[in-house]
Design a protein around this ligand. Sequence first.
Ligand SMILES: [Zn+2]
Length: 67
Amino acid sequence: MMSSVPGADKKSKLLVYTIEECPVCGQKTKRAFSVGDYVTKESSKCPKCSNSTRVSLVYAESTKQSG
Ligand SMILES: [Zn+2]
């Protein structure tokens, strides 16, 4: 038998998200991660007050389907 790698599921996929937070008004925006994102990085403009938002969190979600 071949050795299997724990956690490397055949069907489950990870989606990575970036949370941007505006330091002025506190507006949070969730968007898909793009290469080069990191926490504290200056990101897009706040939709509310037009200040620059900063990346406050980067995380991954599993897209494992249930049922
Ligand atoms: Zn803002």
